[in-house]
Design a protein around this ligand. Structure first.
Ligand SMILES: Cc1ncc(COP(=O)(O)O)c(C=O)c1O
Length: 388
């Protein structure tokens, strides 16, 4: 029994309820549906990684690490970025280990956005961006991606038109959740033109950086000095190493930006747990796990896509991430939320409505599946979806 509410704070986020991910996961469990909704792997990580973390704990690495993260891990991160994107960050001043990407994003916004500042959000968007902007006192300004036969893409002319003298920051995400779109060199050129001669900062959410398919390259903003000098770049070990529950990630930025980031970081999280940082530092010295990730997930993507070929679900392009979106308009006229519920309840496969990634409900007849699952899980889901 709950206590009668006598003290009710004025909500800072009145519009926020339970996330769609929790709602669909609960429904999937209740209906015994295959859960392709929430984005997390249902398979184990490489056992070498928890063994390294366990060893670090046993060896007594259980006290506060330095505020910015263990130097060994920051050095590994800087070395990786230098090798694959060609940009040298100073591991001391320009790399910080965070409690996952979500904390990194919140901390960037708290550090940079002042009340009344505008932040450009490209929709559909990962669900933490807008509440984090609002908590910082910022005003989200929305630009919707366009959808045509090539899939989703960013309308740069509209993004340019939405920049004002109050714009503090642009939130970017590539590879993009939920659409699976990746930034192409032409996008980078358009972005560079837009921000040149402005003070606008960029937060580039690159948590799926190692999941880019078909031989394409991830266009990290770290590859582009003119953008890197005004950018925070965010990544997540949870995604890369199949350990989403660990909530360890990192952010890189030029020293002047990182100084402000750390002022907030030291008070909203201070440090990230030591043994995991040590284990990750050791594990990261071998590049194979992240270099092999595109092949690993591309095979799962293709298994899932091939399995859906005979159904009436229309596959949208998927150039990156572990998400596959489908257009179900040939199957049903239900709203995306109703269709996702129906799919979970009647067909036995949970998905996420793409409308959940917009602030204003927007119906496109599209739901998102997560294919970061064991082959057997995907096969089971396919055997049910093939009826459609
Ligand atoms: C685009 C995007 N950014 C950030 C995150 C959160 O990452 P983390 O679990 O490291 O906080 C996710 C997780 O789903 C995501 O999809």
């Amino acid at each position: 029994m709950t206590t009668t509410a006598r003290f009710v704070p004025v909500s800072k986020l009145p519009e926020v309820g339970t996330t769609i991910f929790s709602v669909m996961s609960a429904l999937a469990a209740e209906k015994k549906a295959v859960n392709l909704g929430q984005g997390f792997p249902d398979f184990a990580c490489d056992p070498a990684l928890p063994a390294m973390v366990t060893q670090a704990m046993t060896d007594g690495y259980n006290q506060y690490p330095p505020m910015a993260g263990l130097p060994q891990l920051r050095e590994q991160i800087a070395a990786k970025i230098k090798t694959i994107y060609g940009h040298q960050y100073d591991a001391n001043a320009e790399v910080t280990v965070t409690a996952g990407a979500t904390q990194a994003i919140m901390t960037i916004l708290l550090a940079c956005v002042h009340p009344g500042d505008e932040v450009i959000v490209i929709e559909p968007a990962y669900d933490s961006y807008v509440p984090s902007i609002r908590l910082a006192g910022g005003i989200p300004v929305f630009v919707s991606m366009e959808l045509d036969e090539r899939g989703y893409h960013i309308p740069w002319d509209r993004l340019k038109a939405s920049i004002s003298d109050k714009t503090r920051l642009i939130m970017l995400n590539s590879p993009h959740n939920p659409t699976g779109t990746i930034l192409a060199p032409a996008d980078i050129a358009a972005l560079t033109d837009i921000v040149r001669d402005t003070q606008v900062l960029i937060a580039s959410d690159e948590v799926y950086e190692h999941m880019v398919f078909d031989g394409q390259r991830h266009e990290s903003l770290a590859c582009y000095p003119e953008l890197a000098e005004r950018s925070f770049i965010i990544s997540s070990f949870g995604k890369t190493y199949h350990v989403t529950g660990w909530k360890v990630g990192y952010v890189t930025a030029p020293a002047a930006l990182m100084t402000e980031f750390r002022k907030v970081h030291q008070f909203n999280v201070f440090t990230v747990n030591t043994p995991m940082q040590l284990g990750l530092a050791q594990y990261m010295s071998n590049p194979a796990p992240y270099l092999d990730l595109p092949t690993y997930y591309q095979r799962k993507r293709d298994l899932f896509r091939d399995g859906l070929q005979g159904s009436r679900l229309r596959l949208l392009p998927c150039a990156g991430t572990y998400f596959q979106s489908v257009d179900y308009s040939a199957v049903s006229a239900l709203s995306e939320l109703e269709f996702a519920r129906w799919l979970t309840t009647e067909i036995g496969v949970a998905a996420i409505p793409v409308s959940a990634f917009y602030q204003q409900s927007r119906e496109s007849g599209i739901v998102r599946f997560c294919f970061a699952k064991q082959d057997a899980t995907l096969q089971e889901a396919l055997s049910r979806l093939q009826k459609l």
